[in-house]
Design a protein around this ligand. Structure first.
Ligand SMILES: Cc1cc2nc3c(=O)[nH]c(=O)nc-3n(C[C@H](O)[C@H](O)[C@H](O)COP(=O)(O)OP(=O)(O)OC[C@H]3O[C@@H](n4cnc5c(N)ncnc54)[C@H](O)[C@@H]3O)c2cc1C
Length: 451
């Protein structure tokens, strides 16, 4: 899109470079240990140390992965970054949990003919204690993360405990590695661990202090709150001074409403207005829980803070003969931003919007969509899974038969597919598109769930 700003080069690092950097850091402790030239022990002992060192390096990089740094998630998107974070967490926990049980050599130093301790682990009480603490905390942290939705805690409580728990694991783990590790006590590897732990803790400082502090200087206020459909609201904010953040149509921000940015009560919401509407930023918010249920009663003038923009559900840098936009429920929010910007730029390409809801009362911006259909080369298909009797549009979920019928276009592979909505809907739509012969590289999607 022409109205899109150019992202700084740091936010455009190619995913292959990111992956190469990630693998290099994960394997660095092995290289540093090998360089020490110590005579290796038996296979099981060496495997146990190696797995623990690689897993610990991966654990420390988890802080950076989940720290919402645009240098990390700018190109691949928050969705994929968080999926990678979760996948890595599950792998590293296995490495670390089996680590103590792999050792073949005894814990205590019992052999009189082995004064150097070559044939014993020779751990002292403090290093065993920090190892056990890190081991138990890690198991708890992962279990709580996997079962988060079923816990009787607020998301914010879980998030704070997750961050603090991870910090405790990093510190205890580093103590254990340096004091008990055969290789990690060496100055080069010890320095490596200390630098890595410092970076990990620094990311927490950035997320919880530096970023909120920066937001404080750029306060917004709520200028309108209007009901847009059943249980869904359009909230508009504008900055007290100066211009709103620079963003690309389709991106999202972490929004804090009515609280200080340090309160850790921010929630991710797509910007549903378009860059051309700045300095105003509009959001389309559906009531689903303790925070969003209060949106309709938000007083005008309420202070707002914005961390962003984030996400790569944008048309920027992607060429396409035409656009297929597929939204489920409030997933229409970023797609409205894209459509509004396309309209502001008089984009001449053919477009199709397939927009699924359960009920007719849930359809958002219906009049505006009708209007956009007249002004752009846009076909709008509203799909309902529980339609009223007189409904003459398509019925059902956004599944294979419905999409196949609506997306019957020539040269489907040359079009760009932008998909947004709940996680389950995205998975099913992506699978269907693949079956319809759409290459994955032509699909850009964003799930409205962040863990
Ligand atoms: C990238 C992205 C863009 C989104 N855009 C929109 C949008 O435009 N409109 C819209 O209505 N919804 C959007 N959402 C979903 C929205 O963030 C959640 O519905 C909202 O945070 C729920 O908060 P709650 O306290 O009311 O509900 P709760 O009942 O507390 O939470 C419901 C679920 O929402 C998620 N959630 C809750 N709080 C947070 C938080 N602070 N940070 C991250 N996730 C949280 C958790 O998965 C939780 O299980 C988006 C989500 C993501 C990840």
């Amino acid at each position: 899109m022409r109205g899109d700003r150019k992202e700084p080069i740091l936010y455009r690092i190619h995913p292959l470079w990111l992956l190469t950097g990630y693998i290099s850091v994960a394997l660095a402790p092995l290289a540093l240990a090998y360089a020490q030239g110590i005579e290796p022990r038996g296979f099981r002992d060496e495997l146990s140390s190696a797995l623990a060192m690689v897993a610990f390096a991966m654990l420390l990089m988890e802080f950076v992965l989940s720290g919402r740094f645009r240098a990390v998630s700018g190109r691949v998107g928050i969705d994929l970054t968080m999926r990678f974070h979760q996948l890595i967490a599950r792998s590293l926990v296995v490495f670390i949990l089996i680590h103590p049980f792999l050792y073949a050599t005894p814990l205590k130093h019992t052999l009189p003919w082995d004064p150097s301790g070559q044939y014993a682990l020779g751990l002292d009480a403090a290093s065993v204690a920090t190892g056990v603490v890190a081991w138990i905390l890690l198991a708890i942290l992962i279990l709580l993360a996997i079962g988060r939705d079923k816990l009787p805690y607020r998301y914010e409580t879980w998030r704070l405990s997750h961050g603090l728990g991870a910090a405790a694991i990093a510190i205890a783990g580093a103590h254990h590695a340096i004091e008990a590790g055969r290789y990690s006590g060496h100055p080069t590897l010890e320095t490596f661990w200390l630098v890595m732990v410092a970076i990990a803790l620094l990311t927490l400082l950035v997320v919880y202090l530096v970023t909120p502090f920066r937001q404080l200087r750029h306060r917004y206020r709520v200028v309108s709150v209007e009901q847009a459909a059943l249980k869904t609201w359009t909230v508009v904010i504008e900055p007290l001074r100066g211009q709103a953040i620079d963003f690309q149509a389709g991106q999202f921000v972490w929004l804090t409403l009515g609280r200080q940015p340090f309160a850790i009560t921010e929630h991710p919401f797509s910007i549903s207005s378009c860059p051309a509407d700045r300095p105003r930023l509009g959001f389309t918010i559906k009531e689903v829980g303790d925070f969003t249920d209060t949106i309709g009663a938000l007083p005008l003038g309420t202070s707002a803070y914005v961390d962003g923009p984030h996400g790569n559900l944008t048309l920027s840098g992607r060429t396409a003969a035409g656009l297929i936009l597929i939204a489920g429920g409030v997933g229409i929010a970023p797609i409205m931003s894209i459509l509004r910007q396309l309209h502001a730029e008089r984009d001449p390409r053919p477009m199709k919007l397939v927009y699924g809801n359960r009920l007719a009362e849930q359809i958002l911006y219906r009049a505006e969509l009708d209007d956009l259909a007249k002004r752009l080369r846009l076909d709008v298909h509203l799909v309902l899974s529980e339609p009223p009797n007189l409904w003459d549009g398509p019925r059902g979920q956004l599944d294979g038969p419905v999409l196949a019928q609506l997306l019957d276009i020539e040269n489907a592979a040359d079009w760009l597919y932008v998909v947004c909505g709940p996680a389950a809907m995205i998975d099913s739509v992506e699978e269907t598109l693949e079956k319809l012969g759409v290459p994955m590289r032509q699909i850009v999607s964003e799930k409205f769930s962040y863990d």
